[in-house]
Design a binder for this molecule. Sequence first.
Ligand SMILES: NC(=O)c1ccc[n+]([C@@H]2O[C@H](COP(=O)([O-])OP(=O)(O)OC[C@H]3O[C@@H](n4cnc5c(N)ncnc54)[C@H](OP(=O)(O)O)[C@@H]3O)[C@@H](O)[C@H]2O)c1
Length: 337
Amino acid sequence: MKGYDVAIVGATGLVGQEFIKVLEQRNFPMNSIRLLASDRSAGRKLRVNGEEVEVKETSIDSFENVEVALFSAGAEISNYFAPIAARAGAVVVDNSAAFRMDTQVPLVVPEVNPADIKEHKGIIANPNCSTIQMVVALYPLHQVNPIKRVIVDTYQSVSGTGSAALEELSEQARLVLEGRSVVPHVYPHQIAFNLLPEIDVFLDNAYTKEEWKCVEETRKIMHANEIAISATCVRVPIFVSHSEAIHIEFSQPMSPDTARRTLAEAPGIKVLDDPNISLYPQPWSVAGSDEVFVGRIRQDASHSCGLVMWVVADNLRKGAALNAVQIAETMVDRGWI
Ligand SMILES: NC(=O)c1ccc[n+]([C@@H]2O[C@H](COP(=O)([O-])OP(=O)(O)OC[C@H]3O[C@@H](n4cnc5c(N)ncnc54)[C@H](OP(=O)(O)O)[C@@H]3O)[C@@H](O)[C@H]2O)c1
């Protein structure tokens, strides 16, 4: 099998490190790997497939002969370097929000809209972490019974904010337990032993940008502008995995058993749902897994066509690195690269 020349921009970050793991674990056909970050990390060495690879500063010359460029260094870096990488001949899979709603850029979750990949003009966008796990769970249900409305409340871990937020939670938890005061740096308020209903900036419509991403990105990925969606996104003091309580209104009634069966047969999903033995997905046990886990599937007592479910996934894997690598694998498998 042909091997590809791959670059990771943001290789030293949480998602970048997960990229390396996922590429190794899934034996992505690599001919070479280029690890890129800022000048702060230039010269650091990271192990890839047992070999030490030196991290280089990202520059306009970084993408010569690169075929697949995986970006996870934030929107500003993507805005500047992704078009440069694409012009140099690479297919970019970008984890930031820079291009997601660009009509010229496919926004892809391989379990939902793999065919959109073909439309790319050099850049493919990886959706927001909370959107990815939601659409993996919604789409198979939508195919058997069109969804009219979704209300989602998220419980998002601090790793979604990057490595500085992991340190902030650890440090604040220690200080609080020692009875000392806390000065927040990454978040606007203390995150340890607290909840923050504010992820990304507030918009004019009083939603946060993260909440609005759930609305717009879900519709774009599922090609379903008609679905009404409302989200409340909450940052919670755990390290890895995002959880979501999703309330769905279908066109017709759907029994919890039908939903369970449909989800159990769908790609990328594991159903963990037995209230008798307290079996349901938990962020702690889901961390490190590839699937989107669904449980607590029940009739919505407030609506005859409604169902409620609890959806959990590892935000660094399916919510970021894994989904992006699956996009690259789809291109390889289908001969689109
Ligand atoms: N964390 C998640 O769950 C998640 C999910 C989906 C999408 N994303 C997106 O993925 C991106 C990275 O997230 P993260 O959690 O990995 O953040 P992170 O842990 O803070 O890592 C940021 C990475 O960006 C690099 N970087 C910063 N400035 C740079 C520059 N001027 N040039 C080149 N590289 C630069 C950093 O390199 P240095 O080490 O040199 O500073 C580091 O490798 C963000 O766009 C985020 O929105 C994250």
